[in-house]
Design a protein around this ligand. Structure first.
Ligand SMILES: [Zn+2]
Length: 408
């Protein structure tokens, strides 16, 4: 457990806060027009974690350098973002009946908060359950909200709960997060099952049966291999990277990117600094970060004053022990490599915003038109961009939903 705690602290510790350096060219008017003309979606918004922050309202425009947040309605509009998958994330707790129940309850509350956010802003947001609904919502000028789950621990050992979350609107589910659980192995934990557990294999069959897309981000290579072998529908990785560009277990090697594409799947490249470039560890910095985190309550219990104290504390640590932060150009290397290996039909992106994502030059959703500009400059067409920004993921959803049993 000490090892695991250290691992998690290290994952977070070296991620520097936003700096002033910016990379990536601003889009021209023509590039911006292309961006506005296509469906732009992000497959992993951790923004629901902010919905319970005191005084935080998704309808206000925030500043990442002030409150650390990266997605809200005004910034989605500014970034030409039509919608995305709003994640119900539950940290991996104890694998006991009590731990399962805690995760289940936390996930139900988080899902409720997403529905409340949409209900409170019916002119700006609408829940989408299918690709056609998302496209229709975007045409009407609103942002579509798909629900997803990051970590399958809310199901505990009772996969019938998947039906409850399906009824809640969840259409994308990943089995694991930073640690192994009873469904399978995590990319960032020691092998326990060697892939999916027997229950994890049932989880795949259930997701297929209901038309829920499987998400292999955070899953070990073994789990991804099992999913590719067992799933009837293509799968996606909602926020991952290219291992050939930076060797990290959260990233995918070329053979697996090819295998994913061969089954029709999609890898969505994330903007998480420590998965883009090698993090630099300074012992004093990591220790200071650990000490700061120990003073804080768990994210869901933190008061707004504590959140702001955490941001101020991190800023001080960054100033005292600066470490390199990945840039927009580093991110583009991961994107272009994945496209080279898999083809444009099998790559997209997610900032992993409000969940640890953010790079110099790509620090909130307002930067997304720069990605369109970079891909157009690299020779990709408007049709290619439409696939990259949403078409590929919507195609996978369509395939998964077409295979679902009509009765569910
Ligand atoms: Zn994640």
């Amino acid at each position: 457990m000490i090892l695991r705690t250290c691992l998690l602290a290290a994952v977070a510790a070296a991620t520097a806060l936003p700096a002033l350096a910016q990379t990536g060219a601003a889009p021209t008017r023509a590039e911006r027009a292309v961006h506005e003309s296509i469906i732009v979606l992000d497959t992993h918004f951790d923004t629901p974690a902010n919905l319970s922050r005191q005084g935080w309202n998704i309808m206000d425009r925030h500043d990442v350098t002030v409150d650390g947040t990266q997605v809200d309605y005004p910034r989605m509009v500014a970034g030409g973002v039509d919608g995305g998958f709003f994640a119900i994330f539950t940290p991996q707790g104890a694998r006991t009946p009590e731990g399962d129940q805690k995760a289940r309850d936390a996930a139900l509350v988080r899902g409720l908060e997403i529905h409340e956010m949409v209900a409170a802003n019916p002119k700006q947001f609408e829940i989408a359950l299918t690709p056609d609904q998302a496209i229709d919502i975007a045409k009407r000028g609103k942002r579509f909200v798909f629900l997803s789950m990051e970590n399958g621990n809310p199901f505990g050992h009772d996969l019938s709960l998947m039906k409850t979350f399906y009824a809640y609107g969840v259409r994308l589910m990943g089995p694991v997060h930073f640690l192994n659980n009873d469904l399978g192995d995590s990319a960032t934990d020691k092998p326990e099952w060697g892939g999916l557990s027997p229950l994890g294999k049932q989880f795949v069959a259930e997701a297929n049966r209901m038309g829920i897309v499987l998400d292999a981000s955070h899953a070990s290579d073994g789990v991804l291999d099992d999913m590719l072998a067992l799933s009837q529908a293509p799968i996606i990785l909602s926020h991952s990277g290219s291992r050939a560009i930076f060797d990290h277990p959260r990233n995918l090697d070329d053979a697996r990117i090819k295998a994913l594409a061969a089954k029709g799947g999609v890898i969505q490249i994330n903007a998480f600094s420590n998965y883009m470039i090698a993090p630099v560890h300074i012992a004093e910095r990591d220790a200071a970060f650990g000490a700061l985190m120990r003073k804080m309550q768990a994210p869901g219990k933190r008061t707004e004053a504590e959140t702001m104290a955490l941001i101020a504390g991190r800023r001080e640590i960054d100033k005292k022990w600066p470490v390199p932060r990945a840039t927009f150009d580093d991110f583009m290397k991961h994107v272009l490599h994945a496209i080279e290996v898999a083809g444009i039909d099998h790559v997209g992106m997610s900032g992993d915003f409000d969940g640890g994502g953010g790079l110099d030059g790509l620090d909130d959703v307002t930067a997304y038109p720069k990605i369109t500009a970079a891909l157009l400059k690299a020779g990709y067409s408007k049709d290619d961009l439409a696939k990259f920004w949403g078409g590929n993921v919507l195609r996978v959803m369509r395939q998964a939903q077409a295979l679902a049993e009509p009765t569910r």
